[in-house]
Ligand binder design. Structure first.
Ligand SMILES: CCCCCCCCCCCCCC(=O)SCCNC(=O)CCNC(=O)[C@H](O)C(C)(C)COP(=O)(O)OP(=O)(O)OC[C@H]1O[C@@H](n2cnc3c(N)ncnc32)[C@H](O)[C@@H]1OP(=O)(O)O
Length: 493
């Protein structure tokens, strides 16, 4: 995964900062300065005399930093195809192959050719299937991830997926035990690597695919750079193929061959002071702490009439609204009622710790809207503190089906009202920051609701499926693209 919040591992640390010395504006390459000023002409007067640290702060959260640190297809950060030694051998679209071919698989599926045992690991390591009905094994996965999973570029924050979160995320309806793959040290049985899949039915434009959703690929820091990741990926592929699943969806912060879409992370401060004190948010040069706190203040109460928490009795109505709303996007999960229950309700009281909150709007006995968000902490590395983040999950509104000539305006107004209430609810629940990507209809409210652009991009990939690129809700400069919006309707955890 990516991001300053959903922390991006991939960024080339040195790139944006190379050869600049403290206090020396002159040392900043001219082209970079030029781009900075082009994006923010108002900075021209302020930029005089800024030291490097301040400039860095200004750049944080701006598209420019992304230009410097990591780019999707076509960007400087991309390796040439030949150097993707592993990905070159996989059924994924290649860079440079942009001719409009029909949508379809890239490799023939043949169950008879799928190996019945995994490839041998190097001596001293062994495969294991992690049993997530056993709390002890969930704890082992938790410990591996909490120490070795995705960090930000500066190694300040690391995702801290809780054991409750892992129960919820990895035991979705139809989950397959064999798709929870671990590597252990033979002598000590210590878990040192993990990758997971869960089943999901996806619609990619007009095709419906039985896929696995791959996530939580993690290798112990001491075993990095040893080409173990390709071995894990091939093993989970084999295990999916054994269930006659030939396609997968996954999201990664790094550029691999070849993203079908790229979304950008946005962050809305709920407790700005805490975010500042933990180093998550900078103090913009033109602001003060007090101004920042005022900027992000929220009312005490929500204002949408009929808003309440979702209950089991709402399942059919929410499923129906969700299904219709999602028809408007190109890449979407096709959820059953049982899956809606799992994803929107079961992250509630079922676990030690609550993961997901879902609210509906009921007007005259009819569910007209719903929205949900899930909780995912990041640890502040080397400290006891955590950043309590929520991520916008699925939502839908009947307003999307308005026949009025002002339909888009109406949807925009409705979503702004709903998300404003979501922010208030998350604040009441004591969360520090509300994160969202530029997918779904988010482009219609991110800026208005004071979400700021993050450092990270999240690239969406499909395994063994070719389709044309899908809008990720950002333009060429990675700014929110309200006009075109996004075709991405899958929210990955
Ligand atoms: C039909 C079913 C199909 C199922 C499978 C579908 C595909 C699923 C794909 C997986 C979706 C995962 C979704 C998530 O969970 S994204 C989250 C990934 N996890 C982290 O970022 C946690 C911290 N980092 C690590 O644990 C390691 O650095 C990882 C494990 C990421 C790489 O370990 P390491 O650093 O020790 O590298 P290596 O020497 O073993 O291997 C180097 C090769 O691996 C390629 N690489 C590097 N990072 C990734 C990455 N995130 N996805 C895919 N490939 C990646 C790299 O380009 C190179 O290949 P090539 O450039 O030579 O070609």
């Amino acid at each position: 995964m990516s991001e300053e919040s959903k922390l991006e591992v991939s960024k080339d640390k040195g790139k944006g900062k190379a050869k600049r010395e403290e206090g020396e504006l002159g040392a900043i390459p001219d082209n970079i300065l030029e781009q900075l000023l082009k994006q923010n002409p108002g900075l021209a007067s302020e930029v005089q005399g800024l030291d490097t640290k301040k400039l860095d702060e200004l750049m944080k959260g701006m598209a420019l930093k992304d230009v410097l640190t990591g780019m999707p297809a076509g960007g400087k950060n991309r390796k040439d195809m030949a150097s993707y030694k592993f990905w070159n051998t996989q059924p994924v679209p290649k860079f440079g192959e942009d001719e409009p071919l029909p949508d379809g698989p890239l490799r023939e599926s043949d169950l008879a050719r799928v190996k019945t045992v995994g490839a041998e690991l190097i001596e001293g390591f062994e495969w294991d299937t992690i049993d997530l009905t056993d709390d002890q094994q969930v704890k082992e996965v938790y410990e591996l991830l909490s120490n070795h999973y995705v960090e930000d570029n500066e190694a300040m924050f690391r995702f801290n997926y809780s054991a409750s979160f892992l129960h919820w995320a990895l035991k979705a309806p139809g989950w397959v035990k064999n798709w929870h793959v671990g590597v252990r040290i033979t002598s000590t049985k210590k878990l040192v690597a993990f990758i997971s899949g869960i089943p999901v039915t996806l619609r990619v434009r007009e095709n419906v695919l039985q896929c696995s959703e791959i996530n939580f690929l993690c290798i112990h820091k001491k075993l990095r750079g040893k080409r173990l990741a390709p071995v894990l990926i091939k093993e989970v592929t084999r295990r999916c193929n054994l269930e006659s699943v030939w396609n997968a969806i996954y999201t990664v912060g790094v550029v691999l061959p070849k993203p079908i879409s790229t979304c950008r992370y946005f962050h809305r401060s709920l407790d700005w002071l805490k975010l500042f004190e933990t180093g998550f948010s900078p103090l913009p040069a033109s602001s003060t702490k007090a101004k920042q706190v005022t900027k992000y203040a929220l009312p005490a109460n929500t204002s949408t009439r009929g808003l309440r928490e979702m209950e089991a009795k709402d399942l059919d109505a929410v499923h129906d609204l969700f299904t219709r709303y999602m028809e408007r996007f190109d890449l979407v999960p096709k959820f059953t009622v049982e899956e809606i229950e799992h994803w929107l309700l079961n992250g509630g009281s079922k676990y030690d710790e609550r993961i997901v909150w879902t609210y509906v709007v009921e007007e005259e006995g009819k569910i007209t809207d719903f929205f949900s968000f899930y909780s995912l902490e990041s640890s502040v590395i080397g400290k006891k503190e955590t950043i309590r983040a929520v991520y916008l999950f699925y939502y839908a509104s009947e307003t999307a089906f308005s026949k009025s000539p002002d339909a888009k305006k109406e949807l925009k107004a409705r979503l702004n009202a709903l998300i404003h209430d979501a922010l208030i609810l998350a604040k009441k629940l004591n969360f520090d920051v509300f994160n969202a990507l530029t997918l779904l209809d988010n482009a219609l409210f991110l800026e208005e609701q004071k979400f700021g652009a993050g450092d990270g991009s999240l690239h969406y990939y499909l395994f063994n499926w070719r389709t044309a690129a899908i809008n990720g809700g950002i333009d060429e400069r990675k700014n929110v693209d309200q006009e075109r919006g996004s075709g991405v309707g899958v929210v990955m955890l």
